[in-house]
Design a protein around this ligand. Structure first.
Ligand code: ADE
Ligand code: ZN
Length: 349
């Protein structure tokens, strides 16, 4: 067990900023900043129902997941060409680099685009070219996870997966997102079985707004390797015990939970209780352009609100690396970097 030295609380923010970390829950369409939405709208001749960037940004006041998704899908309507998808992902990677992200696993929603007539090739080739350049130019290891929209049918998800298989080597897994309540994981059992059969990694959003039963279903019916969000697990003692024993990772997104009114304030967020219960928790940004912060903003604001410490910072960063789908060799390298970071930081005391 790596020994984390106590660090003076005024130095903790700097440690949070510079520690190497993995981001495992970022919807790349949710990184589309209003400025880029307007630039792409102009480039592509798409009309927007907002006068300017400020007007669009002022519409970012959400009451629940659905109220956000309506705007999120509208924002994505400016994406038409391969270069648009590249530019969106590249803008994210520059932010990730500033936040000392060493590994990023990007969700993307092909159905949001193919339903508008955008070719699957434009989506996957633009995003995967950006992932390639992130490694080559920024030293960030990056991969794609294809998400199915759960408000659509399983048949649509199956057809989407088959269409994407032409680019089988460009994505490492599948996920499940969009409107949760009323669309339980078991609705997608067949398409997840197909994905597992193809050797793809499998993850799913569960327990963001939906009940603990959805987390059980994601685990049992979809056999997921990670749960995205999972914060509703706190209401089911047996599930908390199961998650602690199995160490299935949870990708928690505090600023998202705050902006979508899952918690009234960050001080009421249950991240600390989840850590105390021994769950394998990671911190992530979800849709940073809409929720007021990228990964380091999530770390800084959550640690301040919940009075978390350096030991917990190390645990969250280590969890993110270990829970990632990077190769064992890469994980080993990132863990070494993480330990070195904490070691040299404590020596400067
Ligand atoms: N798609 C983008 N962000 C999402 C979220 N937080 N939950 C479900 N689907 C999403
Ligand atoms: Zn999400």
């Amino acid at each position: 067990m790596f020994k984390v030295h106590a660090i003076a609380s005024h130095r903790l923010p700097e440690l949070l900023r510079i520690m190497p970390k993995a981001e495992l829950h970022i919807h790349i369409e949710g990184s589309l900043e209003p400025e880029l939405i307007f630039a792409l709208a102009q480039r592509n001749g798409v009309a927007l129902p907002y006068a300017d960037v400020a007007a669009l940004r002022s519409a970012y006041a959400f009451s629940n997941l659905q109220s956000f998704l309506d705007l999120y899908y509208a924002g994505a309507s400016v994406l038409l060409h391969e270069q648009d998808f590249y530019d969106m992902a590249w803008a994210y990677f520059l932010k990730a680099k500033a936040d000392h992200v060493v590994r990023a696993e990007l969700f993307f929603d092909p159905q949001t685009h193919t339903a508008r007539g955008v070719p699957m090739a434009a989506v996957i080739e633009g995003l995967s070219r950006a992932c390639h350049d992130a490694q080559a130019q920024l030293g960030i290891s990056a991969d794609l996870i294809l998400c199915f929209l759960r408000h659509l049918s399983e048949e649509d998800a199956l057809a989407t997966l088959e269409a994407a298989l032409h680019w089988r080597d460009r994505f490492i897994g599948v996920g499940l997102d969009s409107s949760e309540v009323g669309h339980p994981p078991e609705k997608f059992s067949r398409v997840f079985a197909r994905a597992r059969g193809l050797g793809l990694h499998v993850v799913a959003h569960a327990g963001e707004e939906g009940p603990p039963a959805y987390i059980w279903s994601a685990l049992k019916d979809l056999q997921v390797e990670r749960i995205d969000h999972g914060v509703q697990a706190i209401h089911d003692a047996d599930l908390m015990k199961h998650l602690a024993a199995s160490q299935v990772p949870l990708t928690v997104c505090p600023l998202s939970n705050l902006k979508l009114c899952v918690f009234k304030s960050l001080a009421e967020h249950t991240l600390g209780q989840m850590l105390d219960a021994g769950l394998c928790v990671t911190l992530n940004s979800d849709d940073p352009a809409y929720f007021g912060g990228y990964l380091n903003d999530n770390f800084l604001q959550t640690f301040a609100a919940l009075h978390l410490n350096a030991q917990q910072a190390y645990k969250l960063a280590a969890n993110s690396i270990e829970a990632s789908f990077a190769s064992e060799e890469q994980k080993h390298h990132f863990m070494h970097q993480l330990k070195q970071c904490f070691q040299s930081f404590s020596e400067q005391d």
